[in-house]
Design a protein around this ligand. Structure first.
Ligand code: SF4
Length: 193
């Protein structure tokens, strides 16, 4: 997908459990994992799916749509006073936000240009170069690893280990710990749900 369009299945405001303060959470479609405990199984497919409308019986609606980046930024900035008052910001989640890494990277950068604190919920299942680039957008300082916390730091370590054992000619992607990736985009591992 283009870097200025993201496939999103929800934008949730006033979230209190996805980072510090009051946050807006942007849920991106697509995830290469198949966790048995997944709370958003419909988010795994990158494709837009038709799902039953729980309110209007027999009616099917799209589970997601493509958002221009300007629209996402505008929606996120609507709550800027809440971020400033509470020390909050915007969290990207999914699905696995690194599957749409071009959009994710661009969105994080634009939000930071507006002074918005950003975070990403990810398992870190992505090529090391992608992981590093997105990490730089989330926390572009010299203490990124310390800022990650122990779980995400280990995920980064595993990315680097996979890169070290990558077969020649695999494009530097490294061996993937898990199966499928959606065609046409990154192939990242994951985060959250
Ligand atoms: S990584 Fe998250 S979104 Fe992906 S399958 Fe697991 S719980 Fe679900």
């Amino acid at each position: 997908m283009a870097e200025d369009v993201g496939r999103i299945f929800d934008i949730q405001k006033f979230s209190l459990h996805d980072g510090p303060g009051i946050r807006t959470v942007v849920f991106l479609k697509g995830c290469p994992m198949s966790c048995a405990w997944c709370s958003n199984p419909g988010s795994r497919k990158l494709q837009v799916l038709e799902v039953a409308d729980g309110v209007h019986g027999g009616v099917y609606v799209a589970d997601s749509r493509d958002y221009p980046i300007d629209e996402v930024v505008r929606v996120c900035l609507q709550d800027l006073p809440f971020y400033e008052e509470s020390g909050g910001g915007v969290t990207l989640s999914g699905g696995e936000a690194m599957v749409q890494h071009r959009f994710t990277s661009r969105l994080l950068g634009e939000l930071r240009e507006h002074g918005v604190h950003t975070a990403i919920e990810t398992t870190g299942y992505a090529a090391p170069a992608i992981f590093e680039r997105i990490l730089g957008e989330v926390r572009p300082d010299d203490h990124r690893r310390e800022a990650l916390g122990p779980v995400a730091a280990r995920a980064l370590d595993r990315c680097e280990e996979r890169s070290a054992v990558a077969e020649p000619g695999d494009g530097g992607q490294g061996r993937r710990a898990h199966g499928r990736t959606d065609p046409g985009d990154s192939g990242g591992e994951c985060v959250s749900g």
